[in-house]
Design a protein around this ligand. Structure first.
Ligand code: GLY
Ligand code: MN
Ligand code: MN
Length: 365
């Protein structure tokens, strides 16, 4: 992980003696802790990682997860017994460090106050932007994991049509999808699975309920697998039975918008361009104004991993970024269609990470 650490210090653009990453309690864990340690298993609540400009990483962990910690490649593991003991060990390690970078984006205020007390000589500064820019371009190991997470998402998306039954609830379908993800090798889900029947589909982040599936209903299914801490994020929209007549036209329009976005993706292009390409397709259709979010986002250790492909982002796409491409059309009171895939940005275009069929599908007619 030394390369990752060195890149972060390089991007900080100022002299620093160390960077400190502090985990609070789930979900307030700094994913950068996992980025610099690459520890394969465990939660690591209340644990700390310290990185130095030469790439060295020191991890502080309790006995609870010491064994997993020792499996982390190229990391010095320090085991503490109590919080006070951790504070003392940290003081000792950072005794000669003055300028210390913190990830303001993911540290809690309580942890920051604790650190200030434990390391009184610290001159703290925010390095979250350097971290974001480092983490957003994935290395080979990360890409392998994102490919694997994407493959699991693809398999489950291909299986959804077989899962659909009259009378099943959104929650039951979500449970089935999550079960299948685990059977295909996921350690869990990368975010709360979205299953939205009928009008619920008009809300992009709908939480599943006990609403039952009936013939003639459309649905949005948005889910993702966690594979070795890396996230996939895929959405497919289906019609169950014979839906209202305009559903195929809406679906086809979203698919066309996604194709337009794909065509605009390659390294060197401003992130807003693929969004604008998709928005143009939808905004020149009868569903003008019904694409109500950004085209996509970076995926990695977090499902929203620090980069948005929206109409305002002038940052350039870079080789090695992994992004979602997820246009949608949302009609309040009626429903929605979203098609979401994950891609890896390459010099000339992109590599798809999720590949399940995207076309309009009426299941169970
Ligand atoms: N799953 C939430 C999203 O697609 O961003
Ligand atoms: Mn999604
Ligand atoms: Mn997404």
């Amino acid at each position: 992980m030394r390369d990752r650490v060195k890149r972060m210090f390089g991007k900080a653009g100022k002299p620093l003696d160390a960077m400190v990453f502090v985990n609070s309690v789930e979900p307030h864990l700094d994913q950068t802790f996992f980025y610099v340690t690459d520890v394969p298993s465990g939660l690591f609540e209340g644990c700390t990682a310290v990185a130095f400009p030469d790439g060295r990483v020191e991890m502080f962990t309790s006995e609870l997860e010491a064994e997993s910690a020792r499996a982390a490649p190229d990391v010095n593991v320090n085991v503490f017994t109590t919080r006070d003991d951790q504070a003392k060990q940290l003081q000792k390690l950072l005794g000669s460090s003055g300028k210390i970078g913190l990830n303001f984006h993911e540290i809690t205020y309580e942890s920051f106050l604790g650190l200030k007390k434990e390391v009184p000589q610290g001159e703290w500064s925010d390095v979250s932007e350097a971290i974001r820019r480092t983490r957003v371009v994935k290395d080979a190991k990360e890409i392998e994991r994102l490919r694997a997470a994407g493959r699991i998402g693809t398999k489950v998306a291909e299986e959804i049509p077989k899962m659909l039954k009259v009378g099943m609830t959104e929650l039951e379908l979500a449970a089935e999808m999550e079960h299948r993800m685990n059977l295909h090798g996921a350690a869990g889900r990368s975010f709360g699975t979205i299953v939205a029947f009928g009008a619920h589909g008009a809300e992009p982040h709908f939480s599943p309920t006990d609403t039952k599936l009936a013939k003639g209903t459309t649905m949005v299914c948005d889910f993702g697998a966690l594979y070795q801490r890396y996230c996939s994020d895929i959405t497919r929209s289906y019609a169950f039975g014979r839906p209202p007549a305009d559903r195929k036209a809406i679906h086809d329009k979203v698919e066309e918008a996604q194709r337009a976005a794909f065509d605009a993706i390659r390294a060197g292009v401003p992130a807003k361009e693929p969004h604008l390409a998709a928005a143009k397709v939808i905004d020149s259709s009868p569903w003008k104004g019904r694409f109500i979010h950004g085209l996509g986002h970076s995926i990695g250790l977090a499902v929203h991993d620090g980069f948005g492909m929206n109409g305002r982002n002038e940052e350039l796409l870079e080789e090695g970024m992994c992004l979602t491409v997820e246009p949608g059309i949302y009609v309040p009171g009626v429903g929605g269609v979203r098609i979401e895939d994950d891609i890896l940005v390459t010099k000339k275009g992109y590599e798809p990470l999720t590949t399940a069929p995207r076309g309009y599908l009426e299941v169970g007619r």
